[in-house]
Design a protein around this ligand. Structure first.
Ligand code: TXA
Ligand code: MG
Length: 344
């Protein structure tokens, strides 16, 4: 897989995509994190189309993506100095800032909240489209609501088929996991959604620590729904696949209420298991092994979940990555991939 495949587009389809966006249509667009379903952030009907295509509840706010040079004050008010520092350090890139919204921002974008999420993506195709368009584009991940996020143009076509005629192909996403969301609208900076930017790198630029996770007073974050990013196959979390060996059986399964099912699956003679292994695929298992290195793991994670989901398995077992900050975003998404199953 090439690290940054930017060869599969040409100016013609970028122009075509911009024309479609100006007509109020939705367009599949590569970003460095995941593919987005882009639409004109100033056009109510275009935004309604995005919600309808995704099947997303109307009160779940969207991120507005901006061309690199566009001033924040067109979209936000009371912008704190910390926002400019983070923007300077991490934009263009996989960071989203939550700020107080400008009064001209459509309610459809923010779900009626007083804040707005903004991001300047780094992908050259996304930037080319944004520069040509000249204003903000909403771009939720280009998947149906609750499903696994897309990291290739083919994934986007699998999600929407003919319902989304224009999908720009910018190759496989190089980050692979959605942007880190930092809320600067309150008294303390808060990490609402972990991404592949190291929290301590964000803290170093802020010069203060980040509160973690959604707060009772924080805006709603749909990525915080338990069952987000889920494959359709029942998916379970296991500490180690070696639990299949009789000596380690009682170690299988970790979360409360989730303990018995993966252990039983590991010992089952009949269940066809697809495993997402860390480092290497142990003997006797079918599935996919991803490198025990967080950047590469993240880049390939959603594609691996999709492939396992299409593999006709009775269950997917995910081998837990380490509990360090470098794996925070990965563990967050994998936990959610298991959450739907855990509540069945
Ligand atoms: O990497 C990304 O951020 C990708 C790419 C395409 O840019 N986009 C993405 O969008 O992940 P989406 O819509 O799938 O997730 C946006 C998240 C949601 O969890 C939403 O609730 C949160 O951003 N969000 C949007 N506006 C917000 C606000 N005003 N306050 C708090 N959270 C907000
Ligand atoms: Mg999403």
């Amino acid at each position: 897989m090439p690290d940054m495949a930017i060869t599969q587009h040409d100016s013609t389809n970028i122009d075509g995509a911009v024309d479609a966006l100006r007509r109020g249509e939705a367009v599949g667009l590569p970003t460095e994190t995941v593919y987005g379903l882009a639409a004109d952030a100033r056009n109510r009907e275009a935004i309604a189309r995005v919600f309808a295509l995704k099947g997303r509840p109307l009160d779940h706010p969207l991120i507005v993506h901006l061309p690199a040079a566009l001033p924040l004050i067109e979209w936000a008010v009371d912008v704190p100095e910390a926002a400019y520092r983070l923007a300077e350090a991490f934009w263009p890139g996989p960071l989203t800032l939550v700020l107080r919204r400008h009064p001209a921002v459509l309610d459809a974008v923010t779900g009626g909240q007083t804040t707005i999420a903004l991001r300047v993506p780094a992908h050259p195709v996304a930037q080319a489209v944004l520069q040509a368009f000249g204003d903000g584009l909403v771009a939720p991940s280009a998947n149906r609501f609750g499903h696994v996020s897309p990291t290739t143009a083919a994934h986007v076509r699998d999600e929407f088929g003919d319902a989304l005629p224009v999908v720009l192909d910018g190759g496989a996403c190089t980050v692979g996991v959605e942007s880190s969301i930092v809320d600067l609208s309150g008294a303390t900076p808060r990490l609402l959604r972990p991404g592949m930017l190291a929290p301590d790198a964000i803290e170093a630029v802020l010069g203060s620590s980040l509160a973690r996770g959604a707060h009772v007073d924080s805006p709603r974050v749909s990525g915080s729904l338990e069952s987000h990013y889920a494959p359709r196959t029942p998916t379970h979390w296991v500490d180690s696949l070696l639990a299949r060996s009789s000596t380690a059986r009682r170690d299988a399964g970790t979360t409360s209420g989730e303990r018995s099912r993966p252990a039983a699956l590991l010992q089952s003679e009949t269940a066809r298991l697809g495993v997402l292994a860390l480092g290497s695929l142990p003997d006797g298992f079918e599935g996919i092994a991803l490198p025990a290195e967080p950047q590469t793991y993240a880049r390939r994670m959603y594609a691996a979940l999709r492939e396992l989901d299409a593999g006709g398995f009775d269950a997917i077992l995910i081998e837990a990555p380490p509990g360090t900050d470098a794996w925070l975003a990965i563990r967050d998404r994998l936990r959610r991939a298991c959450a739907l199953t855990a509540t069945l």
